[in-house]
Unconditional design. Structure first.
Length: 224
């Protein structure tokens, strides 16, 4: 199978305006991926599927990733005058990166028996622009998995044939797989709260007024 560098070069040559970046993976798996721009994602995906040499005709899985706002430290070597002499020193700078969401697709070729080729798309932010194009028209197996990402991460996939929650109920608010999600302590809607859930729910139960002595005796007598 072609290297990611070769795939990147061919994609950018075939799809006008395509912007592809190789994202390195430092884990033992060494499964590097291709970050594609969402504006041309569908055209890029179609090329990856129909190109005779690649023929990536099977999407095995799609997953979401939530990236919060973060600060990255970078070190650079610069030459500066120190006590009248030019010396090379190391400077540390901080870069603030705004949060975004990702959808990551693992692609294989059943025809050529090779893969995976991993592609990823990023939203502009984690709020209003948390949108990406659906790749379900290219790989039908992505349909339910994109729905799961929509449900749990909140990415809206434009062009999806049936975008609705798949695990949580329709009235549920928020997205449980986001890193800043906070589990509610009001579980009164649960039919049979128990253990830790019950303890949390008790805080939302209506408080009964204390019974006076006569009422306590009467209540006790009722259970004899």
């Amino acid at each position: 199978m072609e290297s990611l560098e070769q795939i990147k070069t061919r994609v950018e040559a075939v799809v006008p305006g395509a912007n592809v970046e190789i994202v390195a993976n430092g884990s033992p798996s060494q499964q590097h991926s291709l970050l594609i721009n969402s504006e041309h994602a569908v055209a890029i995906a179609r090329f990856l599927r129909v190109d005779p040499a690649l023929c990536l005709d099977f999407c095995s899985n799609v997953t979401g990733v939530d990236w919060l706002d973060r600060t990255v430290k970078k070190t650079t070597k610069v030459k500066k005058l120190v006590d009248g002499a030019e010396k090379e020193i190391v400077e540390t700078t901080e870069e603030k990166i705004s949060g975004y969401l990702e959808a990551i697709y693992h692609l294989y070729s059943m025809t050529h028996k090779h893969g995976p080729v991993i592609i990823r798309m990023r939203t502009r932010d984690r709020e209003a622009d948390a949108r990406l194009p659906s790749l379900t028209p290219i790989w039908r197996s992505a349909e339910f998995q994109e729905r799961e990402i929509f449900d749990l991460y909140g990415i809206r996939f434009d062009g999806h044939p049936d975008l609705r929650r798949i695990l949580m109920w329709d009235e549920f608010e928020d997205h449980p797989m986001r890193k800043d999600y906070r589990e509610p302590d009001d579980y009164e809607w649960e039919p049979t709260p128990h253990d830790e859930v019950l303890e949390k729910a008790k805080g939302h139960y209506p408080q009964r007024p204390e019974l006076d002595g006569a009422e306590k005796i009467s209540a006790t007598d009722l259970h004899r």
